[in-house]
Write a protein that binds this ligand. Structure first.
Ligand code: NAD
Length: 247
């Protein structure tokens, strides 16, 4: 059995999930990347420069079969699973009055229910003292914020789930933490960063730091929380936002 960390990263075909996959691989870990998008996953694998260290599974995280298929594949390819990174997510500007039932249900399914199901499945195999889960929340889940009703509701629930699971599984030696990114330049935010003056005024101008966040900034925090450098950190929500949430 290998001693390197083995991580399962959802949404590994773009943005923060891709940067996280590359960060783990650079540190000698192996990663099973899961994404809907086969081309994105393949590009992540190519960029890793270590094709043997990255296995992929094309799947929709809302598919009932996906969590078991992903955990089974990580264990069969790499022999174990140590870290689950619940990252796949969607997000657009939407106020409550503007949100259809179908949109609401989709946010809940992708941004919340899938994290619960992947966690439940990973808990079958995560090893006490070594296993951990990192959920990707958002600063919009920590504070009231305009035009983010379904997104913020799911991200606030992710914070609650993180705290609750930390309390349940910490006693078993399995840590559960979250990161709460601010504005990070990815496909998710590109259009609003470039074209939405209201987004600029609310979310970018107040950042007390001279640049936007990069996916690698979040990947570094995720890797830290997953590693034994964070061995006594459990139930923490780490904002990676250039200080936006404290202004
Ligand atoms: P992104 O759009 O660049 O990447 C998201 C990835 O998830 C894509 O590869 C997409 O194909 C995949 N995905 C989406 N739905 C899926 C599904 N149903 N099944 C499988 N894969 C699916 O976005 P990102 O900015 O890297 O976001 C990653 C996470 O970070 C999300 O949870 C997002 O809410 C969170 N986040 C991002 C920001 C930001 O500013 N970018 C801020 C706070 C939180």
């Amino acid at each position: 059995m290998t001693d390197r960390l083995v991580a399962l990263v959802t949404g590994a075909g773009s943005g923060i999930g891709r940067a996280t996959t590359l960060r783990f691989v650079q540190s000698g870990a192996a990663v099973l990347g899961v994404d809907l998008n086969p081309e994105g996953l393949e590009e992540t694998r190519r960029l890793s420069g270590a094709p043997g260290g990255v296995a992929t599974l094309v799947a929709d995280v809302t598919d009932l079969e996906a969590p078991k298929a992903a955990v089974d594949k990580a264990v069969s390819v790499f022999g174990r699973l140590d870290c689950l990174i619940n990252n796949a997510g969607i997000g657009r500007a939407k106020a409550a009055h503007d949100t259809t039932d179908a949109e609401w249900d989709l946010y809940i399914a992708i941004n919340l229910t899938s994290l619960f199901r992947f966690s439940r499945e990973a808990l079958r195999t995560l090893e006490p003292g070594r296993g951990s889960i990192v959920n990707i929340a958002s600063v919009f889940g920590l504070f009231g914020h305009p035009h983010t009703a379904p997104y913020a509701a799911t991200k606030a629930a992710v914070v609650g789930l993180t705290h609750q699971m930390a309390a349940d599984y910490g006693p078993r030696g399995i840590r559960v933490n979250a990161v709460a990114p601010g504005v990070i330049e990815t496909a998710l935010t590109k259009e609003r960063i470039e074209r939405d003056p209201r987004f600029q005024a609310l979310n970018i101008d107040p950042i007390p730091f001279p640049r936007l966040g990069h996916p690698e900034d979040v990947a570094n925090a995720i890797y830290f929380l997953s590693s034994d450098q964070a061995a006594y950190i459990n139930g923490h929500v780490l904002a990676v936002d250039g200080g936006w949430s404290v202004t």
